[in-house]
Design a protein around this ligand. Structure first.
Ligand SMILES: [Zn+2]
Length: 164
């Protein structure tokens, strides 16, 4: 049974605004995302047009459980989306930035993720925000440039050195 909104949309022959026709899209999940970034429309590297698409455009086939992303076809910068939504995980990233963000996650995530991790997730992000001297609301590795990602790795390293 389609939802009342969907039935109405069919009846009135309208498309419901801001409701991408994506299988698995979840408005409730989208509404729960904290500090959501707006969808990029222009590439911050080359000024090219950014499209909302799936990652087979650069991988050759769809990867991951949620393949949706924002992609600049001119310079190939991209960023994935939060699962079940069209909210970007961060700002558009070129290859070097993606590599730096992966390294930052690899250093930082063990602080809160997995067995025996020393902090809860929110505590770890609060610590990172203080370590970097930036507001908590912008303390998301997906928002960071290469240099800030390197600071994350260094801060986690310094923390381990003092707590060991
Ligand atoms: Zn671009």
């Amino acid at each position: 049974m389609p939802s009342l909104a969907d039935q109405l949309a069919v009846l009135l022959n309208i498309e419901v605004a801001s409701s991408p026709a994506i299988p698995g899209f979840c408005h409730a999940t989208k509404a729960r995302i904290q500090d959501p970034l707006p969808a990029p429309s222009t590439c911050r590297y080359c000024g090219g047009h950014v499209s909302f698409t799936t990652n087979d455009v650069f991988y050759g086939r769809q990867y991951g459980e949620w393949p949706w992303c924002y992609f600049c076809s001119a310079c190939k910068a991209y960023v994935g989306c939060h699962p079940k939504t069209d909210i970007p995980l961060g700002t558009l990233a070129d290859g070097a930035t993606r590599k730096a963000r992966n390294a930052a996650h690899a250093a930082f995530d063990p602080l809160w993720r997995g067995k025996g991790s020393p902090m809860k997730r929110e505590h770890a992000y609060q610590w990172l925000s203080e370590a970097l001297g930036i507001p908590r609301s912008v303390t998301h590795i997906g928002f960071f440039d290469q240099q800030t990602c390197e600071r994350v790795v260094n801060a986690v390293g310094a923390r381990s050195a003092t707590s060991a």
